[in-house]
Design a binder for this molecule. Structure first.
Ligand code: CIR
Length: 256
């Protein structure tokens, strides 16, 4: 069960952040509305929110997930792979230290974005991406091993349609992994109960189990229906403006 989440309000320069997609510019009033609805959804799931102010130094800083990996055993601060985002860790450090006085860290030359890390019970999948390098993955695996977790590496660099590992997969508990079609054949997912996401609904693969609910992006009826059919309770949220900046549901919070 999660009790807390850290979120950061998007800044008015949100549209100056990094993106690889061509879906147009985000509309700031809608960005704020969608973010407010997301925060309310986390509260509906029973979480107490720490809401950080917008930080105009870092246009991508609302995507707080990339700054830390938080497990039941402790927090690991990351070293984000995009130069424009590196300072986000110092900015969020006090908020994380309020809950975790002692933190581990990924250090240069290692780089790692939290979006590349998928917890699946006592095992973690670590994505190698254009943000997370081998050295970052190695350091994280060592920290996780020290906490009693196993991990394995999945190279997502050849997959041009996703930014991070978790853009393509989400572990939603009960041994179930939501997985985009392009990754469904991955050996490492053997033994998991795979919930396939069709290519047309690919963006929906980034969903988030929060206590009794699963947050799912709006517009993906196949996936939402499948989750319902399996007894999960989807909480559907409009994410259009975050999708324009390569962001998904998991990126907008640190949950613990
Ligand atoms: C970036 O490119 O870093 C941001 N525009 C999006 C980050 C999304 N984060 C995530 O998937 N964990």
């Amino acid at each position: 069960m999660f009790k807390n989440a850290i979120v950061r309000i998007p800044g008015s320069n949100f549209d100056a952040g990094l993106t690889t997609v061509s879906l147009g510019a985000p509309q700031f009033d809608q960005v704020l509305q969608q973010h407010a609805r997301y925060c309310a959804a986390l509260e509906e799931c029973g979480l107490a929110l720490t809401t950080l102010e917008a930080d105009l130094r870092f246009p991508d800083s609302t995507f707080v997930e990339d700054t830390a990996v938080i497990t039941a055993e402790g927090a690991i601060l990351t070293n984000p792979g995009a130069a424009s985002r590196a300072g986000e860790v110092e900015a969020i450090r006090p908020a994380i230290h309020a809950f975790f006085p002692w933190t581990l860290a990924i250090k240069a030359p290692g780089t790692l974005d939290g979006g590349d890390i998928c917890e699946a019970g006592d095992h973690f999948f670590i994505g190698l991406s254009h943000r997370t390098n081998e050295e970052g993955a190695r350091q994280l695996a060592a920290h996780l091993a020290g906490m009693g977790y196993t991990s394995s590496i999945i190279d997502v660099r050849p997959m041009t349609s996703i930014l991070h590992l978790k853009s393509g997969i989400s572990y939603i508990g009960d041994n179930a992994l939501v997985v985009m079609e392009e990754m469904a054949a991955c050996e490492q997912f053997r033994g998991l109960d795979l919930i396939h996401v069709s290519e047309a609904e690919s963006y929906g693969a980034n969903c988030v189990r929060v206590n009794d609910r699963v947050l799912v992006a709006a517009g993906f009826p196949e996936l939402t229906g499948e989750l319902r059919a399996r007894g999960f309770e989807p909480l559907v949220l409009d994410m259009s403006e975050f999708q324009k900046m390569d962001g998904g549901l998991s990126c907008l919070s640190l949950r613990f």
